[in-house]
Design a protein around this ligand. Structure first.
Ligand code: NAD
Length: 441
């Protein structure tokens, strides 16, 4: 099939490349000229495991192209995917300006039947608004489909290639058939393609992310209680995760959820509920708890040092991205923690395997002025007063923790991701303060 993908970020680039890998002809469009140039030069602007191999193959075989010219991309396309940003506005409402702008432009360009697919996460009713924006400028036949994306950054290629389900929201049989044909190669193992109406499809994506954010937050609250009553959240996780009604996944306590999706999608569905006269109380609490959880580690540091003045102290930071296997730092707890520590007078030495450059672009001048970035995880330990772990990158899981004291001024670890076994920490003579588990001093 001939397909145009508008917006070549995490979702657009992965979708375009994976569709190309299954034999389709893909043209990706972006307004960012530098990004398009980079892609044309064979460089991938994001870090995503496995992407480079299929990207190179599809380019080599001529199935994947990049342009800034929307008209050129959509001219021969049967399907046009919108993978555009939908950031939160000040009131939490999803900002649809990019989606509606492109929809208006498409109306002026299409002359024969097209399926326009919204892959961006968009509020209920957006398919109708896109339809209106396109129809204003054309008499050509077209359908608008909602096809929310469930990929996880860090495992995006794997998720896209083998989705647990594909959700297609459309009331058009013609569009449903085309979309089903497109996705069939990805669900050969029998996972379902679920066709439903546009509104349910749009809401499905928000419901999924809100549910996951709630699950994380629930466990963080259990962890906070554990700290007060002397229980261990790891034991509770094992105790409840074995109940198949609850399930094992998304039960790890930590320093809160971040990223480009959960925070904004929870806000957006909360806003939609409010707009429709419904007070979505659980999500109100989820957002408030998560805000506090992101910097809860700083409170633990204050308690440990008995002061909120960290002048003269240097802390190592391991992990800047919002989760492992990505360079994405959008809404990453590390951003907030770094700001809080620097505000209290600390100097930082920060390491991340992939996210140093993205972090530098997103953080404040104060943080930049007070942080040394290093290219090796050991270097972030040299002469520091304590190590703060913000992201659970695999390489942080098995360092020789009994050697921490060889590098650090004092072997004190504040672990926001519960990476180490408490017994091992005890034997290693380190001070180890984690989330929802007894502290080791
Ligand atoms: P992104 O910011 O990484 O990429 C968006 C791209 O669109 C950018 O390259 C930008 O330059 C481009 N763009 C903006 N306006 C444009 C225009 N008028 N014409 C052409 N290109 C334009 O965003 P993303 O993370 O890929 O997310 C896109 C959408 O998918 C969002 O709605 C997001 O919520 C949703 N989503 C994201 C993920 C994820 O893990 N990142 C997962 C599922 C769904």
């Amino acid at each position: 099939m001939n397909i145009a993908v508008v917006g070549t970020g995490y979702v657009g680039l992965v979708s375009g490349t994976c569709f190309a890998d299954s034999g389709n002809d893909i043209t990706c469009v972006d307004i960012d000229e530098n990004k398009v140039k980079q892609l044309r030069d064979g460089e991938i602007p994001i870090y995503e495991p496995g992407l480079k191999t299929i990207f190179d193959r599809s380019i080599r075989e001529g199935r994947l192209r990049f342009t800034t010219d929307l008209e050129e991309a959509v001219k021969d396309a049967e399907i046009i995917f919108l993978c555009l940003p939908t950031p939160p506005g000040a009131d939490g409402q999803a900002d649809l300006s990019a989606v509606l702008k492109v929809a208006g432009q498409l109306g002026k360009m299409i002359t024969d039947y097209k399926v326009i697919v919204n892959k961006s996460t968009v509020p209920v009713g957006t398919a109708d608004r896109v339809r209106e924006a396109v129809a204003e400028n054309t008499d050509a036949e077209f359908d608008v489909v909602s096809n929310p994306e469930f990929l996880r950054e860090g495992a995006a290629v794997e998720d896209f290639m083998k989705p647990e389900r594909v959700v297609i929201g459309t009331s058009s049989e013609r569009a449903a058939e085309l979309m089903t044909t497109l996705y069939e190669p990805f669900v050969r193992s029998g996972n379902p393609i679920i066709v439903m109406d546009e509104r349910s499809s749009e809401l499905t994506k928000y419901a999924a992310n809100a549910m996951l954010a709630t699950k994380i937050t629930f466990m963080n609250e259990i962890a906070n209680i554990c700290e007060k009553v002397g229980a261990n959240v790891d034991n509770i996780r094992r105790g409840i995760g074995t109940d198949s009604r609850i399930g094992k996944r998304f039960l790890f306590a930590g320093i809160g959820y971040g990223g480009s999706c959960f925070p904004k999608d929870v806000q957006a569905i909360h806003y939609t509920a409010g707009q429709n006269g419904y007070d979505f109380k659980i999500l109100d609490s989820v957002m408030k708890v998560n805000e506090k959880q992101k910097v809860s580690i700083v409170k633990k540091m204050e308690d440990y040092y008995g002061t909120s003045d960290f002048s003269g102290k240097t802390f190592g930071i391991w992990g800047l991205s919002f989760k492992p296997e990505t360079d994405d730092i959008r809404e990453a707890p590390a951003l907030y923690i770094a700001e809080e520590l620097v505000e209290r007078g600390a100097k930082l030495i920060a390491y991340d395997p992939e996210a140093i450059e993205t972090f530098k672009k997103a953080t404040t001048k104060e943080v930049l002025d007070n942080t040394t970035f290093v290219l090796n995880q050991q270097d972030a330990l040299v002469d520091v007063d304590a190590l703060v772990i913000c992201t659970e990158w695999n390489e942080f899981r098995r360092p020789t923790i009994d050697r921490f004291q060889d590098h650090m001024k004092k072997a004190v670890i504040f672990d926001g991701r519960n990476l180490y076994d408490l017994n091992r920490a005890k034997k290693s003579n380190i001070t180890y303060i984690s989330v929802g588990r007894p502290s080791i001093n």
